[in-house]
Design a protein around this ligand. Structure first.
Ligand code: SAH
Ligand code: SF4
Length: 388
């Protein structure tokens, strides 16, 4: 039986969900995707990828029609094969202090929180998530109460930056007077358990012909996955932050249970060997202030002692309480007394001002809405039929 093809009409465009999104690809992936879709011969792929790269990452376009130096027919072919869509912002909250929190739906059931904090770093920092949930169970951390759902892809990490830049109207990449100058991997998840994707995302975010946030303004915070520290430095040249929170193993074992696997002596040795560490590129030690747990003057002195010889900054984080936690934040006078000892030890202004508390945007409070929804769905299922 013969089949008649109607060639007078173009084939229907495949739905956006099956057309690969170009926005989160590395340069190499972008070039390969263009070749695979027959948009360009292999010999010209690099050049074409560079052209598109600038539109996507410097100008932030989400529509092929805006790529004015690309021929009209090529734009049509690109739109047929790919998409440039952003993920959906499910919720956007703005705090009294200017902090912005976004709940972003990356895929069905995959939602993350991303926070923009003004006046941090050079002008403003974006706190990005690297995982949905976390496999670690730091006892003072809200994310730690949530099971790991999955690692985010590089594209999903980059999308958080793109969404924030859309909202801050920061396209094309400004040379100066930026509002978003720093990236911190301090949202949900343990970035060193997802290092390949984090490293690829940093390659994209730091690229000079795109978003162009310098690697020295990108900080990766880890609870201390010692075997990955070297690779983190080699692959990303990012700034390192360590969630320390205790100066002895007995207490750190409780606060950061990963310490049982990589105790303090191993952690400190790994930090000393971090590639590129110098006075200009110091490691930040984060220390959450927990009332009656880790906040005595003796512990402040032990901290100064412990960090001797390491180019370091200390960040005291007032504990951010969350519903159900037994921990409390140290009193302000205790935090100041602790900071004064660190000051005398040579560490200037170590207290991190709490930001965005009114919208639950502070460190350790991020927990995805999807998780809450799943919990409510479970409760519904658990209701016996007679009660329903
Ligand atoms: N998993 C990584 C990065 C995300 S947590 C890590 O642990 O480093 C970012 C920072 O917030 C860490 O220093 C973490 O210890 C801290 N933190 C977690 N819960 C907190 C809370 N409730 N109050 C204050 N800081 C918290
Ligand atoms: Fe995970 Fe970091 Fe929270 Fe620990 S503090 S549970 S490592 S997100």
């Amino acid at each position: 039986m013969g089949v008649t093809l109607d060639l007078s009409r173009p084939a229907a465009k495949p739905p956006a969900t099956v057309r690969p999104n170009l926005c989160g690809m590395t340069r190499a992936e972008l070039a390969a995707a263009l070749v695979a879709a027959d948009v360009v011969p292999a010999a010209k792929a690099k050049m074409r990828a560079t052209q598109l790269w600038r539109w996507i990452h410097h100008y932030g376009v989400t529509d092929f029609e805006r790529m004015t130096d690309v021929a009209k027919e090529t734009r049509a072919v690109l739109a047929q094969a790919f998409n440039l869509a952003r993920p959906e912002i499910v919720e956007r909250q703005v705090s009294k202090d200017g902090t912005r929190k976004y709940l972003i739906r990356l895929a069905p059931g995959i939602e993350v929180e991303t926070v923009y904090i003004p006046d941090v770093g050079r002008a403003g920092a974006l706190c990005v998530s690297s995982q949905v949930g976390c496999t670690l169970n730091c006892t003072f951390c809200h994310t730690g109460t949530q099971a790991l759902v999955r690692n985010l892809t590089a594209a999903e990490i980059v999308a958080q930056v793109q969404v924030a830049r859309d909202d801050l109207e920061e396209w094309p990449s400004p040379k100066e007077d930026r509002r978003l100058t720093n990236i911190v991997f301090m949202g949900m998840g343990e970035p060193l358990y997802n290092l390949d994707h984090v490293a690829a995302a940093i390659d994209i975010i730091a690229d000079n012909e795109g978003i162009a946030i310098s690697r020295r303004r990108i900080t990766v915070s880890t609870s201390g996955v010692v075997p990955e520290l070297h690779d983190l430095g080699e692959k990303t040249q990012a700034m390192l932050a360590i969630s320390l929170h205790a100066t002895n193993d007995a207490l750190r074992d409780v606060l950061v249970p990963l310490n049982k696997k990589y105790p303090l002596d191993q952690l400190m040795a790994g930090i000393r060997a971090y590639p590129g560490l110098s006075n200009a590129r110091r490691v930040t030690f984060e220390y959450v202030m927990l009332k009656g747990v880790n906040d005595t003057p003796a512990e402040a002195k032990a901290l100064v002692q412990m960090l001797k010889g390491i180019p370091a900054k200390i960040n005291l984080i007032p504990f951010n309480p969350w519903p159900g936690t037994a921990y409390e934040c140290s009193s302000w006078s205790t935090i100041e007394a602790f900071a004064a000892i660190l000051n005398r030890g040579g560490y200037a202004s170590p207290i991190r001002t709490p930001r965005g508390r009114d919208i639950l945007a502070a460190c350790g409070q991020l927990k995805s809405e999807s998780e809450k929804l799943r919990a409510s769905a479970r409760r519904k299922i658990a209701v016996p039929a007679s009660d329903a």
